[in-house]
Design a protein around this ligand. Structure first.
Ligand SMILES: [Mn+2]
Length: 294
């Protein structure tokens, strides 16, 4: 697969003092057993409140809405109204001032032609296929590097998900079409995105993506980082050793007990961090904490 021709691209310059947080794969749904986001909704809202108060621009890198399983956006909005109210506080109709940038993925590809629906909630919002930061950092959802999400195969799997899958999922089954549930598939997508970041004629040197649901920092997944640090690993686990700044992945907001994201801050020097937000208990009270994974 070749480097994709991107449809609508937002160009952004990282000015001194700017702070960005990139998150993807919320898969916000209708609140039933098939909605993988509901369990993390409170963690996610706590994280958004922190980013709102601390001056971050929030980049939503695709699959924010689960529009394969749900017929329309209305039910998702009704279920997750507090989330949309919070997102509205980042939004400004002025593209220069807004702190809310939205990119479509394969599960919310719907937005490519239905921006007007979202504009009823967020007047003037633009939804993009990619964001280019400082002319060399490309942010895309990442399905562009996944053969099963492009072309004819995607049409068939979308039909399957829409018509049959949701019922199975309510019974507790795991989604077979997501790269997240198949480490081999995850590696393939990661490798392709890494190859695009290192070999292209577009001036891109770094790609930040989502889609696989597996967080990657400097080309290493969390597991790979831990194995490299501890030097302990099991026989069957293949690990990459080459840590480099060509490829990052924001992970997802549907992990069993946490959400992950990538923060880029420019206070004194430019700093990139992989962060995880999760519950902790403090003296018998439940709190939401942020920790650094990379
Ligand atoms: Mn996806």
């Amino acid at each position: 697969m070749n480097f994709p021709d991107l449809d609508r691209v937002k160009h952004l310059t990282l000015n001194p003092g700017m702070k960005l947080v990139v998150m993807s794969d919320m898969h916000r749904g209708d609140g039933t057993g098939a909605d993988d986001f509901t369990q993390n909704s409170l963690i996610y809202r706590c994280a958004l409140e922190y980013y709102l108060e601390n001056g971050f621009t929030y980049i939503e890198l695709g699959d924010a809405e689960e529009l394969w399983e749900n017929d329309n956006f209305d039910q998702i909005y009704i279920t997750h109204t507090p989330v949309y109210e919070l997102l509205a506080k980042f939004h400004d109709p002025d593209q220069e001032k807004t702190r809310y940038l939205k990119v479509w993925g394969n599960h919310d590809f719907y937005w490519k032609n239905k921006e007007a629906v979202y504009q009823q909630l967020f007047p003037g919002v633009q939804i993009y296929e990619g964001i280019i930061l400082n002319s060399n950092i490309l942010m895309i959802h990442g399905h562009q590097a996944d053969p099963k999400c492009m072309g004819e195969v995607a049409t068939i799997s979308k039909f399957f998900i829409h018509n049959f899958w949701t019922g199975f999922q309510r019974l507790g089954a795991k989604d077979p079409t997501r790269a997240a549930n198949n480490p081999g598939l995850c590696n393939e997508v990661d490798d392709r995105l890494h190859a695009w970041a290192t070999q292209n004629d577009k001036g891109i040197t770094t790609i930040i993506a989502g889609h696989t649901h597996r967080a990657v920092f400097e080309n290493l997944s969390i597991t790979e980082r831990r194995y490299l640090e501890s030097k302990v690993k099991t026989e069957i686990i293949e690990i990459k050793n080459e840590q480099d700044t060509s490829y990052f992945n924001s992970g997802s907001c549907v992990h069993p007990q946490s959400i992950t994201g990538i923060e880029i801050t420019t206070e004194e020097t430019q700093q990139w961090r992989l962060v995880e937000w999760h519950y902790v208990s403090k003296g018998g009270l439940l709190a939401v904490n942020r920790s650094y994974l990379g």
